[in-house]
Unconditional design. Sequence first.
Length: 118
Amino acid sequence: QVQLVESGGGLVQPGGSLRLSCAASGIIFRINAMGWYRQAPGTERELVATITRGGSTSYADAVKGRFTISRDSAKNTVYLQMNSLNPEDTAVYYCNADVTNRGRNIYWGQGTQVTVSS
């Protein structure tokens, strides 16, 4: 199977920055896409950003111009650079991977808490 390990969450003041990382390991023939989702208390999990195998990116409207998704294919790792954070960005951030191994499967990380507060 595949394990996704996230890191980089924490407490930051409004206007600050954080960088999340997510490393995939295990049985991986090909990573088709990776992405970041988030879930705030009492809300549904929502898409934040995705990046495809070819490098195409997409972002939720709420984070465009502030967040940047990138990847290191050699390390099977995806990053989320988050700038100009505001309290509405407070959530648990989850890494997601679309992987081909014994078929095509979706995997999730355990989540990392991001709290934006003064």
